[in-house]
Design a binder for this molecule. Structure first.
Ligand code: C2E
Ligand code: MG
Ligand code: MG
Length: 444
């Protein structure tokens, strides 16, 4: 697999950063913001296809460059500007609440009142705008951009030249929260949850694990991302039965794959902090292993940093009890919390998963390579395995390998897989090692 234009952080047509780099920048901003608000504004040009159809694609490109130039002017107000693709652009305004964001959307709308020069003609364009505010509308760069883009599409479908707020997404209006809560309560009984599995691959490209990721498909609301409903489930307490369902479903799936003559690797399961801290958690996990006929060696539990500091002694005790069953313990999203090194020294762990924000910055000059390398050295010193999360490009793969990470996980190896896709992969695991045979000269 060679390096494609899609891997490049900069859009060749406009010189603006591409969507992947923009989301990585938002993730970095989340880490740095310590909970302070910021705005993500997604802009779609109304009826832009007309420009291409009537004046030709050359004129279309010219118009996109002109709009990019206008939007780049907002960098003077502190914005980062990106072209997401096609006729869609995105801006990030740091340190900005909803009120300030509305002033920016008004300025953006006003900037479209001037025509742009395309091949010696003046053409008038208008824009549909979607607005998302961190942390209210999403917890990561990808979800904020997605929800701002969904709001932009709602504005477009109302005829364009309008601003829509992600916060007013029907599924998330305060008065609709009750409905979503009820939907969530019924989701288990209605069998609306399923698991997807993302491969974890070792330095030679061999499949070593699968991370189970929860998916909620609601008949009216569509697919709802874990980032949107896990928090709600934690608030309502529904996370306890849902979390138990996840462990049970994964264990039953392991048994089913084995019965089909396949040899699944270890399955990593995300455990919510609320679930991990709940009374009787360890006993319930052991109960599920017994009732499904699996053993602790089949699973790994991923726990996020944030949950552990509250009661380090008790966390350590529960981890030791789980490890006594052969269950491996991974610390998820490592590095974004407050005192990561404390955990490495004080908790009985097996695996450290380096957060995606570090991986996405690893190829940048003066980026995160030394940090990733240092985490790996410290983790190896403690006898822990290191997983790099969110590897999307060959360059990132090469650098996380150079930083001595043991396992890699990310879209480079494909999107998370359904049960049936995993079965096909287990029957033919060689295809995962494809990125390792890239013609790129290796750095090590
Ligand atoms: P996580 O545990 O850190 O999971 C990784 C997330 O990153 C997944 O998103 C995955 O699809 C996404 N991802 C993987 N590779 C890449 C990549 O190369 N690039 C990008 N941009 N993203 C990548 P997903 O499925 O939306 O899950 C989000 C979070 O929701 C998870 O983060 C986890 O904290 C939580 N979650 C997911 N399933 C469960 C579950 O069963 N129980 C609990 N309690 N939490 C869950
Ligand atoms: Mg995880
Ligand atoms: Mg993670």
């Amino acid at each position: 697999m060679g390096r494609s234009e899609h891997d490049a952080p900069v859009d060749a047509l406009t010189g603006l950063m591409r969507g992947g780099a923009f989301e990585a920048l938002l993730d970095k901003s989340i880490t740095a913001s310590r909970g302070n608000q910021f705005a993500v504004i997604v802009i779609g040009l109304d009826r832009f296809q007309n420009v291409n159809d009537l004046l030709g694609y050359g004129a279309g490109d010219c118009a996109l460059r002109a709009i990019a130039h206008v939007l780049a002017g907002f960098a003077l107000n502190g914005a980062a500007v990106s072209r997401l693709g096609g006729d869609e652009f995105a801006l990030h305004f740091p340190g900005c609440d909803e009120h300030a964001a509305l002033l920016h959307t008004a300025a953006i709308t006003a900037s479209f009142e001037q025509p742009v020069q395309v091949m010696n003609r003046d053409i008038f364009l208008s824009a549909s705008i979607g607005l998302a505010i961190f942390p209210r509308d999403g917890a990561c760069g990808a979800s904020l951009t997605r929800r701002a883009a969904a709001a932009m599409h709602r504005a477009k479908s109302r005829g364009g030249s309008a601003v829509e707020h992600a916060g007013l997404d029907p599924a998330f209006r305060p008065e609709e929260r009750y409905r979503l809560e009820n939907a969530l309560r019924l989701a288990l009984a209605k069998e609306q949850f399923s698991l997807r599995y993302q491969p974890q691959v070792d330095r030679e490209g061999v499949l070593q694990g699968l991370e189970a990721l929860l998916v909620w498909d609601h008949p009216d609301l569509g697919r709802i991302e874990p980032d949107s409903f896990i928090r709600l489930a934690e608030e309502t307490g529904d996370i306890l039965p849902i979390g138990e369902w996840v462990i049970d479903a994964a264990c039953r799936q392991i048994v089913a794959w084995r019965a089909a003559g396949l040899q699944p690797p270890r399955i990593a399961l995300n455990v919510s902090p609320v679930q991990f801290a709940s009374a009787g958690f360890v006993e319930r996990v052991i109960g599920i292993l017994d009732s499904t006929g699996t053993d602790g060696g089949c699973i790994e539990l991923e726990i996020t940093e944030g949950s552990l500091l509250r009661d380090m002694e008790e966390s350590a005790l529960h981890m030791a009890q789980l490890r006594a069953q052969g269950i491996r313990i991974a610390i998820d999203d490592f590095g974004v919390g407050c005192s990561p090194l404390t955990y490495l020294h004080r908790l009985p762990l097996d695996v450290v998963k380096i957060d995606r924000t570090f991986v996405s910055q690893i190829t940048v000059p003066a980026g995160s390579l030394p940090v990733v390398h240092t985490i790996t050295v410290l983790a190896h010193h403690r006898g822990l395995q290191v997983v790099a999360e969110g590897v999307e490009t060959i360059d990132e793969l090469e650098l996380v390998r150079a930083a001595r990470c043991d396992l890699v996980q990310g879209f480079l190896f494909g999107a998370p897989l359904t049960n049936a896709e995993v079965a096909r992969l287990l029957a033919d695991p060689a295809r995962l090692s494809e990125p390792f045979h890239s013609p790129n000269p290796s750095t090590f």
